[in-house]
Design a protein around this ligand. Structure first.
Ligand code: PMT
Length: 223
């Protein structure tokens, strides 16, 4: 039926920031509010999907009717995402995953000292890359948060991470990206097609990108 085009589909959404611990009282994170990912989870549910939302720490409420898994670090998010991957039909990676984490996590509070301090960072695993590498039947949608060269970087991510679709947002633009209730997205697909959308609410952007991703899902047998 038209009103539930994602019926019987399992949709996995990641949202929010991750938190990378420095010591028991400090961490590194970013400005993701979770709004974009939560909107995708809500709209996927409205379109009839069975939705799992893997979320970093945020202060907004998850939509009802969605299975929620709370995580903190990039490593936790990776583990939970891999665990849900096999059974998912569509995966949307909206989370702003930390690219770096402290190389050493102190189990005691680091005391302040005279002069400057340094924290050595190491790379986290790229979750989207791991999913792309192990992709079977899933449709894989990534995001790209850029401030410049948006198209070039988005196309590069599509290729490198073996995604089926990249949703780019220019996070330097007014009303777009982190924290806002609106977003201005461009959708890039593997066939070279791109769709630039005007500024709209994150709910509207979520529905639009889901309907585009739906076109990439295998067609149902005649009902
Ligand atoms: O949460 P909001 O306040 O509503 O803000 C929404 C948003 C700006 C966070 C969202 O729209 C967005 O752009 N999310 C992706 C942010 C990001 O990390 O972009 P990136 O260009 O650094 O990463 C590209 C892709 O790789 C993303 O799908 C990301 O989930 C993924 N990634 C990145 C690093 C990593 N270690 N693992 C990943 O899977």
């Amino acid at each position: 039926p038209v009103q539930a085009p994602l019926k019987s589909k399992k949709v996995l959404v990641t949202a929010g920031p991750t938190r990378e611990k420095i010591d028991p009282v400090r961490y590194i994170t970013n400005f993701s509010s979770g709004k974009m990912g939560y909107a995708i989870a809500e709209q996927a549910r409205n379109l009839g999907a069975e939705v799992t939302l893997i979320t970093g720490p945020v202060s907004i409420e998850p939509p009802p009717g969605v299975k929620v898994i709370h995580v903190e670090s990039a490593q936790d998010m990776l583990n939970e995402t891999i665990a849900q991957y096999e059974s998912s039909d569509l995966v949307v990676k909206t989370a702003a995953v930390a690219d770096y984490k402290p190389k050493i996590v102190s189990d005691r509070k680091i005391k302040k000292q005279e002069g400057d301090a340094r924290i050595e960072l190491e790379r986290t695993k790229d979750i989207l890359f791991e999913l792309g590498k192990n992709k079977k039947h899933q449709v894989l949608v990534g995001f790209a948060a850029e401030t410049d060269h948006v198209e070039e970087y988005a196309m590069r991510k599509l290729e490198k991470k073996n995604a089926d679709m990249i949703v780019a947002n220019n996070v330097a633009e007014e009303g777009s990206g982190f924290g806002t209730d609106t977003n201005k997205i461009t959708i890039y697909k593997r066939d070279g097609q791109s769709i630039s959308l005007p500024l709209m609410t994150k709910q509207e952007a979520a529905k639009t990108l889901l309907l585009e991703a739906l076109k990439l899902l295998p067609k149902e047998e005649a009902e």
